[in-house]
Design a protein around this ligand. Structure first.
Ligand code: RB5
Length: 156
């Protein structure tokens, strides 16, 4: 069974999202597309947040999210509990983001990456598994910060 992938983007990543979506479907991945569905200007927050949230709620296995640079999309995705979103521009970082950081969201800049290059990153990312061991303890520490920040915010 292949992974279920959520997609979310603004207009800046729309064309790239469509390319990646075509490839995912052609390669038997299940896709949940949270939009946007045109090049009309929208706010990346409104599309990236639900895509990331679907991963934290286990509706999707992973998400691939986009905006023009990937920066805004990565800020949004990394606000969601349990999300480790990796903004990648090269294959090495894409591989390491899974291997060492267990990224569950891949972030791509639609105005940064040519479609073929982005597709190569996606393939590497989807085909790489988390290495665990010493890296798990680091992921746990990140999670502890997340919980602490959440609690201290509630107490303020
Ligand atoms: C939209 O013009 C652009 O600001 C957005 O796609 C993204 O790059 C933000 O980080």
């Amino acid at each position: 069974m292949k992974a279920k992938i959520a997609l979310g983007t603004d207009h800046g990543g729309y064309l790239l999202k469509e390319e990646i979506k075509k490839w995912l479907i052609a390669n038997q991945y299940e896709v949940i597309d949270f939009g946007t569905n045109s090049e009309d200007s929208v706010d990346y927050i409104d599309f990236v947040y639900p895509a990331a949230k679907s991963v934290s709620q286990n509706e999707a296995d992973f998400a691939i999210v986009f905006c023009g640079t990937g920066l805004g999309a990565s800020y949004v995705a990394n606000k969601v509990q349990g999300i480790r979103a990796a903004l990648c521009q090269d294959e090495f970082t894409a591989e390491l983001s899974k291997l060492h950081n267990n990224a569950n969201v891949l972030v791509l800049g639609g105005r940064i990456l040519a479609p073929q290059r982005a597709l190569n990153l996606v393939k590497v990312w989807l085909n790489t598994e988390f290495e665990g061991e010493r890296h798990q303890k680091r992921i746990d520490k990140i999670h502890e910060i997340e919980l602490f920040e959440c609690k201290s915010h509630k107490n303020n």
